[in-house]
Design a protein around this ligand. Structure first.
Ligand code: G6P
Length: 613
């Protein structure tokens, strides 16, 4: 979703802002803009479309002179993507300029009031309301900090804001609630941004702002305030990862790079947590006593992370014999779930900022459950709000469609399954060791899959199948959850209508949609259910479907008897098989997207980090 960058220093701001915004493109956007503040006042340039259009409009930033500025990529919420709705927004009297990530829920009431006192509006956005609210209070208070504090008390919703005031040259304010914002310390220059890659080229010293925090800064220093308005000290964290992690490194797309990074991401997530042949979760504060008393587990997440939760149900129930319910965060938060101190709520999120997931986590905390977050972004809001955190060490994930974060989330589910299963005595030692061995061997097996031949084979399949408009994924048990992810990938990046069904459910409705040449992708990776899935494949074949089957290498001859084309994966322990099965589905979606001329890394209408409800 929206991305923010702010700069104050001695260099020209505009090129730095454009460069920073380019590093935030992954968040998803439809328009962009910058404002540079110099002795000539605010110079604003904004446009609908890609950053390249903004760069062209400003001649790479050269048209806007000045060493202080704010920039923004907008993902439309209030009002269509257009030049006038793009940020930054300037208040009626031209004195206040803001960029905003988030949603102001009561913006209409505020707008009506501000209009009644003579403030004029040019856009449809909630952000222009903020700019005018700041102006309104600034006129009353004559002090920017006091004005911002009074205004935010009146705003409900979420915001990360970069704020400039014509009367305060060389200075910027930033404030946040429920939307991410970081502050970067430079030498004689300072930054704000929605995420680290935007400023990593200039500094590795960053502070993650908490909800309610405000920072008042210039080129030489910063003063931080908490939600109570008290001055606070912030100790910067050192960002260790390399810039190359946020660059394509020779791959045509981030998604392909990240597919290839999966073995390393898995190794980085799993290896440090295995010591002397046992899973050791040093990161957890959860006591063995508590875990023994857990009667129910919820797994709460959105998008692909939720589908990891769907796999988690099968995996954790099998190994720990505790009922597990995966539930979408957007549903959980309003469902009045029955929670207590014997309920463990596992929250899964790559970004750690997804609005619904964060709200669901807070709801679970309020209702008295113990919360454990599986998160990729260190210092993110979810990592801070949960009682316990297990980080997935996937590194920065840039492509909107997740691959390596998904795989590492799943690997943490396996670690938890072993850890809890061992503690509860629900896993035999033999099974424990077999699963553990398979888990440590996963990266190797995945590497062995990612050969040029394998990719070419899938590219050829996509070349043959890319014109299909409707696709049905079918599978049983763990495979039904993998189907959900395979189907989502195809929708997200290749814009193909696709549905995922438990194979046994097909005849209760969806089979009526199978016609001559309908594409069905059958995932048959659960050995004991292979024959049953093949029976379902025969049912769709009898109605004319064109079937692409996916199974393990040892079953190649068997699956070829029934399907038209096939995808094979190396065999591993049945519980871990989904980790390998998803890989060809990721690659298939990637090549389908390419064949259909889609923008793989930046699919239309989607955002990587969904910070609004
Ligand atoms: C967006 C992304 C998905 C992701 C989902 C949840 O929809 O495009 O890839 O699975 O958000 O995001 P999270 O950061 O909470 O895992």
């Amino acid at each position: 979703m929206c991305g923010i960058v702010g700069y104050i220093g001695k260099r020209q701001a505009a090129p730095i802002l454009l460069d920073g915004l380019a590093k935030l493109e992954y968040r998803g956007y439809d328009s962009a803009g910058i404002c540079v503040f110099s002795e000539d006042g605010f110079s604003v340039a904004k446009t609908k479309g890609r950053l390249s259009a903004l760069s062209e409009l400003t001649n790479g930033g050269a048209e806007l002179c000045g060493c202080l500025g704010i920039g923004h990529t907008r993902w439309a919420t209030h009002g269509a993507p257009s030049d006038k709705n793009s940020h930054p927004h300037v208040s009626s009297n031209g004195k206040i300029c803001v960029v905003h990530n988030g949603i102001i829920e009561n913006y209409l009431v505020l707008k009506e009031y501000l209009q009644s006192v003579g403030k004029a509006f040019e856009s449809d956005t909630d952000t222009e309301v903020i700019a005018n609210l700041f102006e309104y209070y600034y006129e009353l208070e004559g002090d920017l900090i006091r004005a911002v504090k009074r205004a935010i008390e009146k705003m409900t919703g979420s915001y990360a804001l970069g704020i400039l005031c014509m009367d305060c040259p060389g200075r910027m304010l930033a404030v946040k609630k429920n939307s991410p914002l970081i502050f970067g310390f430079g030498e004689g220059e300072n930054f704000i941004a929605s995420d680290v890659p935007a400023i990593l080229k200039y500094t590795r010293k960053v502070v993650y702002l908490n909800d309610g925090d405000m920072v008042d800064f210039n080129a030489d220093g910063a003063v931080f305030y908490n939600a109570l308005g008290e001055r606070i000290e912030k100790v910067p964290e050192h960002i260790a990862w390399e810039m190359s992690a946020a660059e394509k490194g020779g791959y045509p797309h981030f998604m392909m790079k990240e597919i290839h990074e999966q073995p390393k991401a898995l190794r980085d997530t799993v290896s440090p947590r295995i010591k002397n042949g046992r899973v050791v979760l040093d990161d957890l504060q959860l006591s063995a006593e508590y875990l023994r008393g857990v009667r129910r587990i919820y797994i709460v997440a959105c998008g692909s992370a939720y589908y990891v939760g769907c796999l988690g149900k099968y995996i954790l129930e099998k190994t720990c014999r505790i009922p597990v319910e995966p539930i979408l965060a957007s549903e959980f938060r309003y469902a009045q779930p029955v929670l207590g101190d014997d309920t463990l709520v596992i929250i899964i999120s790559q970004s750690g900022e997804t609005a619904d997931t964060l709200a669901a986590l807070r709801e679970a905390n309020t209702l008295g459950a113990r919360t454990l977050a599986i998160v990729n972004v260190v210092g993110s809001a979810i990592s801070k709000a949960a009682h316990d955190v297990i980080y997935t060490w996937a590194g920065p994930e840039i492509a909107v469609a997740t691959t390596k974060a998904y795989s590492t989330q799943l690997s943490v589910i396996y670690l938890l399954a072993l850890y809890i299963g061992d503690l509860l005595g629900t896993l035999s030692q033999e099974e424990y060791q077999t699963i553990l061995k398979a888990l440590t061997e996963l990266p190797e097996k995945m590497t062995a899959m990612l050969t040029e031949n394998y990719l070419e084979h899938i590219e050829t399949l996509a070349g043959e199948l890319y014109e299909h408009h409707d696709v049905f994924f079918i599978g049983r048990n763990l495979d039904s959850a993998t189907c959900l992810e395979g189907s989502l990938k195809l929708k997200e990046i290749a814009y193909v209508h696709s549905e995922a069904y438990a194979a046994g459910e097909l005849k209760h409705g969806p089979i009526s949609l199978i016609e001559d040449n309908t594409l069905v992708i059958a995932v048959a990776g659960v050995p004991e259910l292979f024959d049953k899935t093949m029976s379902n494949v025969k049912e769709v074949k009898a109605r004319g479907a064109n079937v692409l089957g996916l199974t393990t290498e040892d079953l190649e001859a068997d699956i070829r008897k029934t399907v038209d084309r096939c995808l094979l994966v190396p065999k591993t322990h049945p519980l871990l098989q989904p980790s390998l099965n998803v890989v060809p589905l990721q690659i298939f979606s990637y090549y389908m997207a390419l064949a259909r001329g889609c923008d793989v890394d930046k699919p239309r209408n989607l955002a990587k980090s969904v910070t609004v409800e």
